[in-house]
Design a protein around this ligand. Structure first.
Ligand SMILES: *Cc1c(COP(=O)(O)O)cnc(C)c1O
Length: 228
């Protein structure tokens, strides 16, 4: 995409790529949700994408989202906002009020904080359990070996589970990690569940993720250009 491409051009190109990948994978494009990751981009950069028809957006910081989205949503109430970044337990209440989906449930203390926040807000928000799929020290996400216990805690606390989320290790072939996600979902009874979902794939690898079963792709750079 050229530097002069408009946001609508970029959105069209990404949607065409999604359609192409779905066709190859024999999947329906409506089974893949494009989350436009607008972190670091100010409202005037986001508005044209909304005008072009995009309705699902992702942010990685509660505070940044609180600053940008209430005004944008006033104009377009049917926008859906997803939290894709790490969530501190003390921000759970704010997150539950602002976001429609959380992709970063990764530890027992957050299960507790979210259950409490749902009670207080009188609203439940579907959550993806984030898995540290490459077993990287510095990465967020629950360790693969801790996943069964965390899922059980989440189910016991009546957290509505949306599925699993991952960010594979940077700079190496992601396909084996995307494939591993499917196996984890099967192993832990998330497959064929009405809420089964797989949040995986970013600008550099979303076609591969779609081939391997992604239901939610999180795409920033391919839509907004490089972050400053
Ligand atoms: C920033 C971010 C993305 C989007 O990355 P791009 O490469 O810009 O598409 C996706 N997922 C998470 C968790 C992110 O933090």
């Amino acid at each position: 995409m050229s530097k002069n491409a408009t946001p609508a051009d970029r959105l069209g190109a990404v949607n065409a790529e999604i359609a192409k990948s779905c066709k190859i994978a024999r999947r329906e494009p409506t089974d893949v949700t494009l989350i436009a990751v607008s972190k670091t981009h100010p409202a005037p950069r986001i508005a044209p994408l909304i005008a072009a028809g995009q309705r699902v957006f992702g942010e990685n910081r509660v505070q940044e989202a609180e600053g940008k989205w209430p005004a944008l949503r006033e104009e377009t109430p049917d926008v859906e906002l997803h939290l894709i970044g790490q969530l501190q337990s003390n921000k759970a209440e704010e997150a539950v009020v602002l976001f429609d989906c959380i992709h970063s449930l990764d530890r027992p203390s957050l299960v507790k904080a979210l259950a409490k926040a749902f009670d207080k807000a009188g609203r439940q928000v579907p959550c993806f359990v984030q898995v540290n799929i490459g077993d990287e020290d510095q990465k967020g996400g629950c360790g693969i070996k801790d996943l069964p216990a965390l899922l059980e805690q989440a189910r016991n606390a009546d957290i509505p589970l949306a599925g699993l989320m991952c960010v594979p290790p940077f700079g190496i072939e992601p396909a084996p990690y995307f494939a591993l996600m499917a196996k984890l979902a099967d192993d832990h009874g998330l497959a064929n569940h009405p809420l089964e979902g797989r949040s995986m794939g970013m600008s550099g690898d979303y076609p591969t993720a779609i081939m391997l079963g992604a239901t939610h792709i999180r795409v920033g750079t391919a839509l907004f250009g490089e972050r400053g």
